[in-house]
Design a protein around this ligand. Structure first.
Ligand code: SAH
Length: 248
């Protein structure tokens, strides 16, 4: 008895598109995504490509009108409903290029709803290339099977973030000088959350005081060792996903 082929094909490429997807919607593709499909993935007419637009779930689309540099993809069936994204924000100070890219990629894979860069006094980096970070989010979402990208905030100064903080979102403050044990604190504070991670030089005392004074702030320890900012961001997100996220 031959096994029925898996649907959608396991090898089907996945692509994030801006076009609102739906039954019969035809998506024109050109530029790098077309090069990837035509020249790298060697997509042929009627091959399936999986598409997601961030709001309509995932759709299987058939390739057609394939030319040298562009093609069309016609949506034929929805393969995943819009995902429920865990209500978790990762707020982190900008750190060196390769490392902030790592945080963006891992935050997306881990299911984060929003990545919010926060400018702090000891940050060694004071500007970010949001287009490059967005590209990392897209690539990570295409790889990990997400149907929605994390939101990517523009850089905010710490005092502006704190001034506008809504107390109904727990602000877990990763304080390397000490805080509540993480597991106990996460169990104690379920619901919408954010983690705030400092830069390579940490938070200065005045910043730490301002964060602790913010309604909704919960200082937490990430253990006895001093973690690099990217390690702290990834570890904290994984811990939250385990206890309050969708790693059930
Ligand atoms: N100033 C620190 C380094 C900062 S580490 C030093 O003593 O060298 C970068 C950020 O990661 C910190 O600001 C904090 O948000 C987080 N972090 C690192 N280790 C941590 C720990 N053990 N507990 C809580 N947060 C930690």
């Amino acid at each position: 008895m031959t096994a029925t082929p898996a649907w959608p094909p396991q090898s089907a490429p996945r692509l994030h598109v801006e076009t609102q997807l739906g039954d019969g919607v035809v998506v024109p593709v050109d530029g790098n995504p077309a090069h990837y499909l035509i020249s790298v993935m060697r997509v042929k007419p009627d091959d399936i490509v999986l598409l997601f637009d961030g709001r309509s779930g995932e759709w299987a689309a058939r390739a057609r009108d394939i030319r040298k540099r562009d093609l069309m993809l016609e949506c034929v069936s929805q393969t995943k409903p819009p995902e429920h994204v865990p209500d978790f924000w990762l707020c982190c100070a900008p750190i060196r290029k390769g490392r902030i890219d790592l945080i963006a990629e891992k935050a997306c894979e881990l299911g984060v709803a929003r990545l919010q860069p926060v400018l702090t006094r000891r940050a060694v980096v004071d500007k970010l290339n949001l287009d490059r970070l967005h590209a990392h989010l897209v690539e990570a979402a295409e790889q990990c099977g997400r149907t929605a990208l994390p939101e990517l905030g523009s850089m905010m100064k710490l005092d502006a973030l704190l001034a506008g903080w809504s107390a109904d979102r727990h602000l877990f403050f990763a304080d390397e000088t000490g805080g509540e044990p993480l597991e106990q604190s996460l169990h104690k504070h379920p619901g919408p959350a954010a983690f705030l991670i400092g830069p390579e030089g940490g938070f200065d005392p005045a910043e730490a005081e301002a964060i602790r004074a913010t309604p909704g702030a919960v200082p937490v320890s990430l253990g006895p060792r001093i973690l690099r900012a990217e390690t702290a961001a990834i570890a904290a997100t994984a811990a939250w996903m385990t206890i309050n996220g969708d790693w059930k």
